[in-house]
Design a protein around this ligand. Structure first.
Ligand code: HEC
Ligand code: HEC
Length: 307
C-alpha cells in the first residue's frame, strides 16, 4: 500500500471517530434542567407520543467508552493504514500460530508412523484412517476419492503402475513428483501410420483390429515405440512409459483416444509433495496408496504361489 492510501485510510478512520465525539456532545448538550420537561417531538402513533428527552447519562458514557475502546484498539492492532499496531498482531501471524500449534500436536504421531515400514503401515488400521483423510484433502481432486483416477489422471488403486509399484517407487512418485513425456509422433508417422500403430496398440489388450493394419502397425511400433514401451508393449517404469497390453488407460483406450495419444503426445504431471506435506506425511500417504491395491496384490501373489 502506498503511503498516500495509508494516510487516506488513517485520516478517514480518525476523522470518523472525532465526528462521533462531536455528534454525541452536540446531541447531549441540552441537559434535563435546561429543556422544558415532557416536550414531545410531535410524533404520535395510536396514542403513543415520542418525548424529546435527552439521552440518559449512562447511555452517553457507553458511547464514550466505545470511542476510547476504538482508539486503544487502533493503537494496539493494525487498522490505521500501514501502521501495524504496537502488539505486532497480524492475520497471517495468527493463522501461522494456529498451524504451529496443530503441527506440534500431530508431528509426533506422523513421526511414529514414519518409523514403520510402508507395508507394515498399510495394515495399521488407525494409520490408514489418517491416510484416507490426507488423501481426501490432497490427492482426491486429481485421482478421485477412491484413487480410481479419471481421464488424464492415472488409477492408483490397481496393481498397474506407470512408475513402479514397490513401496519405495510409490513414495518417490509422491515425494518428488513425476512427469511422463510421450512425444508427439504424428509428423513422424503420418496419419495412416498413426492409425496403423494405434490399431496394433488397440489389439495388444486382446481386442480385434484389421490384420493388415496390425501388421503394419507392429513394424512402426518396433521402430518408434519399443524403445520406451518395450518390444512387447509392457512398458518401462524408469521412464514412466505405461504398459499398453492391459486394458488400463490413463487417456482412454478407444482407437481414437490412442490415435490422439500417438499423434499429439501426452505429458502428465504429478506435482511433488515434499514441500507441501513433508516426508512423514508422504510416507503415510505412500502406505495408504499401497494399501489401495492390496487385495489385488495379495490375489496376484497367491496366484504366483499356486503356479
Ligand atoms: C520417449 C519415450 C516414448 C516413446 C518413443 C513413445 N512413448 Fe508412448 N508414452 C510414453 C510415456 C512416458 C507415456 C505416459 C505419458 C504420460 O504419463 O502422460 C506414454 C503414453 C502412451 C499412451 C497413453 C497410454 C494411456 O494409458 O492412455 C499411448 C497409447 C502410447 N504412449 C503409445 C505409444 C506409441 C504407439 C508409440 C510409438 C508410435 C509411443 N507411445 C512412443 C513414452 C513414450
Ligand atoms: C494436480 C493433480 C494431481 C494431484 C493433486 C496428485 N496427483 Fe498423483 N498424479 C497425477 C498425474 C497426472 C500423474 C501421472 C503422471 C505421469 O503422467 O507420469 C500422477 C501419478 C501419481 C502416482 C504414480 C502412479 C503410477 O502409476 O506410477 C502416484 C503414486 C500418485 N500420483 C499419488 C498421488 C498422491 C498420494 C497424491 C496426493 C498427495 C497425488 N498423487 C496428488 C496428478 C496428481
Amino acid at each position: 500500500m502506498s503511503s498516500f492510501w495509508s494516510w487516506y485510510i488513517a485520516i478517514i478512520a480518525l476523522a470518523n471517530i472525532l465526528a462521533c465525539v462531536w455528534l454525541i456532545r452536540w446531541t447531549a448538550k441540552k441537559r434535563p434542567d435546561e429543556v422544558p420537561q415532557h416536550e414531545t417531538t410531535g410524533h404520535e402513533w395510536d396514542g403513543l407520543r415520542e418525548y424529546n428527552n435527552p439521552m440518559p447519562r449512562w447511555w452517553l458514557w457507553l458511547f464514550y467508552i466505545t470511542i476510547v475502546f476504538g482508539l486503544i484498539y487502533l493503537v494496539l492492532y493494525p487498522g490505521l493504514g500501514n501502521f501495524q499496531g504496537i502488539l505486532g498482531w497480524s492475520q497471517y501471524g495468527a493463522w501461522q500460530d494456529e498451524v504451529d500449534t496443530v503441527e506440534e500436536r500431530v508431528a509426533p504421531l506422523f513421526a511414529r508412523y514414519a518409523e514403520m515400514s510402508i507395508p507394515e503401515l498399510a495394515r495399521h488400521e488407525e494409520a490408514m484412517q489418517t491416510g484416507r483423510r490426507l488423501f481426501g484433502n490432497n490427492c482426491a481432486v486429481c485421482h478421485g476419492a477412491d484413487g480410481g483416477g479419471r481421464i488424464g489422471f492415472p488409477n492408483i488403486a490397481n496393481h498397474d503402475w506407470q512408475w513402479g509399484g514397490d513401496p519405495e517407487d510409490i513414495r518417490e512418485s509422491i515425494l518428488e513428483g513425476r512427469t511422463g513425456v510421450m512425444p508427439a509422433l504424428g509428423n513422424a508417422l503420418g496419419e495412416q501410420g498413426v492409425t496403423a500403430v494405434a490399431a496394433y496398440v488397440f489389439s495388444l489388450s486382446g481386442r480385434n483390429a484389421p490384420e493388415d493394419l496390425i501388421t503394419r502397425g507392429r513394424e512402426h511400433f518396433q521402430a518408434l515405440c519399443a524403445s520406451c514401451h518395450g518390444s512387447e508393449g509392457r512398458g518401462n517404469p524408469s521412464l514412466g512409459a505405461p504398459d499398453l497390453t492391459n486394458d488400463n488407460w490413463t487417456y482412454g483406450g478407444s482407437l481414437n483416444a490412442i490415435r490422439t495419444s500417438v499423434r499429439e503426445g501426452r505429458r502428465g504431471r504429478m506435482p511433488a509433495q515434499e514441500e507441501f506435506l513433508g516426508e512423514d506425511r508422504v510416507h503415510l500417504l505412500a502406505a495408504y496408496v499401497y494399501s489401495l491395491s492390496a487385495e489385488e496384490r495379495y490375489a496376484e501373489e497367491g496366484e504366483e504361489e499356486e503356479q
